[in-house]
Design a protein around this ligand. Structure first.
Ligand code: SF4
Ligand code: SF4
Length: 421
């Protein structure tokens, strides 16, 4: 929606400042421009034409994590993240698009195979040390000011992506559900072991499991304000899950799950894709939802043999699981049901880790400041295993743990629930 049409929503902010305590960016920087109240004041000034639409807006508009913590701490529940997204869309229209984003959103994200080739090139660069050399020479700055330092966030790339190991197609399972497995880009490219664990779980619960040949869900372009690119990606995915072929469309990426549930908002009710988007959203299931609804004893299980007896395990809430989908109890219930571990609650478990998709790459320093608080809490908890359910969080948390030199394993929920040898 045009930001001009959001004046009433913006006017609901009473400037109380309660959002300050909840905003990770404000708590890291102490700058009013970084908190919901400051961002809303900027949007009001833009609508009232007291501020021009120009490149200087890029930092204040794009440095929001879209974590939604402000809204959860705001009496009138002003939807700041949605307002910021609308303002980003308008920024792209009025000020211009980033050429690298256009290339990524139009020519890479719609094509999983091209994306895998790009990941392989990145892996090669990392293994050969070329990317470090390029970073040292400043050649990676074309990807953004912070990219040369952000390159270290991903420790290593696997030899093969998940869908190179397991080709898209249907697998017979032991359960009763017809499941479509929506493979998120992060899981596919960076965490094939997580995907294999998920697939094993799904095969226990499903009569058939189809590993979908889906492309990116569309969330990355949307977070950069590119609604048209997000719509194009959704339009490419919807035919794969059309009709009633699946009882559940499951994903182990909480960010994908949250966004797939929002597909209907991408299409006007008069758009022929609105109904398929609604049908898709109704069947989408975050893995933790599916596992909880399965009830009783979870399939698989058993902790790795080389782990200490009764390890202390804690859980980090991805923003797209807790605030995005209201999934707070589900992952905890699953963890508590796994024998042989001690579950311990993480202080401020739903505090954003600073990963926020590609935020950690585009705003490396700020994302690291946000991450410090999370890692402090992990250290305070005494946990030996940190579990979560979003690949971007796994990357960011693992980076923080490595930098701090802690002996903490970072795992996806599915790895702990159904470990693959
Ligand atoms: S966004 Fe909400 S919490 Fe923040 S100042 Fe406005 S009304 Fe208060
Ligand atoms: S969405 Fe998160 S980062 Fe953005 S203003 Fe709200 S609390 Fe701060």
């Amino acid at each position: 929606m045009d930001i001009e049409n959001q004046y009433d929503e913006i006017a609901r902010c009473n400037r109380c400042g309660f959002c300050q305590v909840a905003c990770p960016v404000f708590r890291a920087t102490g700058h009013e421009a970084g908190v919901a109240r400051g961002r809303i004041a900027l949007l009001r000034a833009l609508i009232e034409k007291r501020v021009e639409w120009d490149r200087q807006l890029e930092e204040p508009l794009f440095a929001c994590l879209l974590c939604g913590a402000c809204t959860a701490n705001c009496f009138p529940a002003v939807a700041t993240a949605d307002l910021v997204l609308d303002a980003r869309s308008e920024y792209l229209e009025r000020v211009g698009r980033n050429r690298l984003h256009r290339l990524l959103f139009k020519h890479l994200l719609p094509h999983p195979r091209r994306l895998r080739l790009a990941a392989r090139a990145a892996a090669l660069g990392k293994r050969s040390g070329l990317s470090r050399v390029a970073a040292a020479l400043g050649l990676l700055r074309i990807f953004g000011r912070d990219f040369p330092r952000a390159e270290q966030i991903v420790d290593r790339f696997p030899e093969q992506a998940f869908r190179e190991q397991v080709k898209p197609g249907t697998i017979e399972g032991k359960g009763t559900l017809r499941i479509g497995y929506f493979v998120g880009c992060g899981t596919d490219l960076l965490f094939p072991d997580v995907a294999r664990s998920t697939l094993a779980l799904l095969c226990e619960l499903g009569s058939t499991v189809e590993v979908l040949d889906n492309c990116c869900c569309g969330l990355p372009p949307l977070t950069y304000g590119d609604r048209a690119a997000a719509r194009d990606l959704a339009a490419k995915n919807l035919p794969l899950v059309a009709g009633d072929r699946f009882d559940a469309i499951v994903t182990d990426c909480s960010s994908c799950a949250a966004f797939l549930k929002k597909y209907p908002t991408l299409f006007e009710p008069s758009d022929p894709l609105h109904k398929p988007a609604q049908a898709c959203a109704e069947r989408v299931c975050d893995l933790s939802q599916l596992l909880t609804s399965a009830g009783g004893t979870l399939p698989g299980g058993g902790l790795p043999a080389d782990w200490r007896e009764k390890p202390i395990v804690t859980y980090h809430d991805p923003c797209h699981a807790s605030r995005g989908q209201g999934l707070v109890e589900e992952p905890r219930e699953i963890l508590r049901s796994i024998p042989g571990l001690e579950y311990r609650e993480l202080p401020e478990a739903d505090w954003c880790c600073g990963g926020a998709g590609s935020y950690a790459v585009a705003h490396y320093d700020l994302s690291q400041q946000v991450l410090q608080r999370k890692i402090d809490n992990v250290q305070r908890s005494g946990a030996e295993v940190l579990v979560t359910s979003c690949p971007a969080c796994i990357v960011q948390l693992s980076h923080g743990i490595r930098k701090r030199g802690l002996a903490v394993r970072v795992c996806h929920l599915s790895e702990l629930t159904n470990r693959q040898e």
